[in-house]
Design a protein around this ligand. Structure first.
Ligand SMILES: Nc1ncnc2c1ncn2[C@@H]1O[C@H](COP(=O)(O)OP(=O)(O)OP(=O)(O)O)[C@@H](O)[C@H]1O
Length: 617
């Protein structure tokens, strides 16, 4: 397989459209095929190694057995004609011999069937195990990658790699590799037999091979790509559907249904056109492929008849020849397809390995030690942080927090509040300066020991599919039912949970739509309380909730914060007022700090923020 022939790097037309249709979530992930690359090929196939010794020998034995039996059948047929039905030596036909040969052929078919069944079973086992390993390796690795990795990519493209790219390798591993071997063995076997029976006729048939190969690779590729294009267009529709359903509230709220419909219609139309194109191509080229197969047979019978007249060939051997030739086109066709499949696999595996080779930006230093039980003294020393080089999100933060203190972070949007909590959990590393917890630089301790002692309650509380109980238990998986309920009671969540149709066993969906904002927040408090972290980070919800829930949340917060160091991105006055230290951020710098009264007296930014809040009320 030459490389240049393989450089059919295919930018499906749709990919170009990406620029004009930025709304797509699904990015079609670049190219579909890539040139053959040995390094990558062997890396991909190293996944087969663990199973090679154990399972491959069975597959190979079955494959050889299947091929031998398959290739023996036409020979036996020729014997049946030339020796039993119309003996070429002039003797009378023999029915007994015919029965024996027929019995032999039947036996060969049975062996062939058994060999194929065993072979398919084992290739499937190998293929599925390889795919399983590949998928888990990729998922395991992606989970370790830091936030900066995800910042750069839409979630859709990460998902496409785990699903589509891995799936596209599935066929290669389950059928492709073994079929490739079978086809090669079969082809060589047939050529040898043909030459052996009659080299002249053999040569005449073999000469048509390049033509067949050309047709099967070139024309079939066109057809296959056209169908690939159809699939891609359909994926876009699906991805858009997903986005539309997720965003249905926004669409309806902004009465964008018609606009959305137009957009969908356009995509739908593109899909239809692409289907029509593929179907036309199928109709045009499909028969052509069949006809070329016929040309081979024509040469065979024309030249074969001539050889029979010349006394160089018997009828039985011509029939055997025709059978062998019939078995000949299939492997050639499949080899052409296999070659294309390999190019697709190259593109998929390149993308998979690109992710696997991505180093987690945030990782334990060699020799990092777990931090002992955290007391909660936190110190930022001249911390500078940049998400992107040259753009400082934090510009020299100095902050000294004592164990047990509650800190409220306030400031305009984009002032750096979330960035501070991101650094504290070590989702990113500081660019300059130092961040210590109980005197330990957080770069020197293990991430696991740090994060397991930090609890985070995010603004958009994530509710997993499962029961309410499961969702609370997510804070500490080994918590007993009693502990789950005690946590819920402590944060005032028990009461509303008991009013739900199934109580703690009520099933909630991914986005927790059956629960109100306040309820979701109480659930997440219970989850955090159960985890019992030494440091608590809280991104407070901005949505206004009724006074009763507000009071419940405040009470819950008191329980939650007790004895812990806490950082809150605070929006509610009630929360801010109770904080021990309020940090006012502005453009990545601390502009003011102190408690509520002190800051009000200062008549500075904080005072302005509070007044603005009151003006709003
Ligand atoms: N993942 C990111 N990649 C690049 N820049 C980012 C990223 N996240 C935040 N920023 C930038 O860093 C600055 C601080 O953002 P940050 O999210 O900390 O603000 P914030 O005070 O929490 O804002 P808000 O109240 O709106 O949540 C902003 O200018 C923002 O654009």
């Amino acid at each position: 397989m030459s490389n240049d022939a393989a450089v059919e790097k295919q930018n499906i037309p749709g990919v170009k459209e990406k620029k004009t249709q930025e709304r797509f979530v699904y990015q079609d992930d670049e190219v579909i095929e890539k040139p053959f690359n040995w390094g990558q090929f062997s890396r991909l196939f190293s996944y087969m190694k663990p199973y090679a010794k154990q399972l491959l020998p069975i597959v190979i034995v079955m494959m050889v057995l299947g091929t031998i039996t398959k290739l023996t059948v036409p020979y036996l047929t020729s014997l049946a004609i030339d020796r039993a039905i119309a003996p070429t030596d002039g003797s009378s036909p023999s029915l007994t011999l015919l029965y024996w040969i027929a019995g032999g052929i039947l036996l060969l078919y049975i062996i062939q069937w058994v060999a194929a069944t065993i072979r398919i079973k084992y290739t499937n086992i190998i293929g599925q195990r390889v795919i399983y390993d590949l998928r888990s390796d990729l998922f395991k690795h992606i989970q370790k990658l830091s936030f900066s990795f995800f910042d750069k990519r839409p979630a859709g493209s990460v998902m496409v790699r785990i699903t589509n790219d891995i799936n596209s390798l599935q066929d290669l591993f389950t059928n492709g590799v073994v079929n490739l071997l079978i086809d090669c063995v079969q082809l060589v076997g047939i050529i040898v037999i043909l030459m052996f029976i009659n080299w002249k006729l053999g040569l005449a048939v073999v000469l048509t091979v390049p033509l067949m190969f050309f047709i099967s690779t070139k024309l079939r590729v066109k057809i296959r790509r056209a169908w690939q294009d159809v699939r891609m267009k359909n994926s876009r529709i699906n991805s858009h559907l997903n986005e539309s359903i997720q965003g249905i509230r926004v669409t309806q709220a902004y009465t964008q249904e018609e606009e959305n419909m137009k957009f969908f219609d356009q995509m739908n139309m593109t899909s239809r056109k692409s289907w029509n194109r593929a179907s036309t191509m199928n109709q045009a080229f499909g028969p052509l492929i069949e006809i070329t197969g016929g040309v081979g047979s024509l040469i065979l019978f024309w030249f074969g008849a001539y050889l029979i007249q010349e006394g160089e060939l018997t009828i039985g051997l011509l029939v055997a020849f025709a059978n062998y030739v019939g078995n000949f086109w299939d492997p050639i066709n499949r080899l052409g397809q296999m070659y294309n499949q390999l190019l697709v696999a190259m593109a998929s595996s390149e993308r998979i390995f690109e992710f696997m080779d991505e180093e987690p930006g945030i990782a334990d230093k060699p020799g990092a030690k777990p931090i002992p039980t955290i007391q909660g003294n936190i110190k930022f020393e001249n911390v500078i942080f940049e998400y992107e080089k040259g753009r400082q999100a934090l510009k020299g933060i100095d902050l000294d927090v004592q164990a047990g203190q509650s800190i409220a972070l306030v400031g305009h949007t984009g002032s750096g509040k979330s960035t501070i909590i991101n650094l504290l959990s070590r989702f990113y590393d500081v660019t300059e300066g130092k961040l210590t917890i109980d005197g330990y630089n957080i770069r020197d301790i293990t991430i696991r020991s740090l994060r397991s002692q930090i609890g985070i309650v995010l603004q958009d509380t994530f509710i997993f599919s499962g029961t309410i109980r499961d969702n609370i238990r997510f804070g500490r998986l080994n918590a007993t039912d009693k502990e789950v309920e005690a946590a819920a009671k402590a944060v005032n969540a028990h009461e509303f949970i008991m009013k739900l149709p199934g109580g703690y066993e009520t099933e909630v969906e991914e986005r927790g739509n059956v629960l109100s904002m306040g309820q979701r927040q109480l659930l997440s408090f219970a989850r955090a309380l159960l985890a019992d972290p030494r440091i608590l980070i809280l991104d407070e919800a901005t949505a206004s909730i009724d006074t009763e829930t507000e009071l419940k949340i405040q009470d819950a917060l008191k329980v939650l914060l007790e004895g812990r160091t806490s950082f809150m991105v605070a929006h509610r006055l009630s929360t801010i007022r109770n904080a021990d230290n309020i940090i006012v951020l502005d453009h990545g710098e601390i502009k003011e700090q102190g408690n509520h009264e002190q800051l009000i007296q200062k008549q500075g930014i904080y005072n302005g923020l509070i007044e603005a809040q009151f003006r709003f009320l």
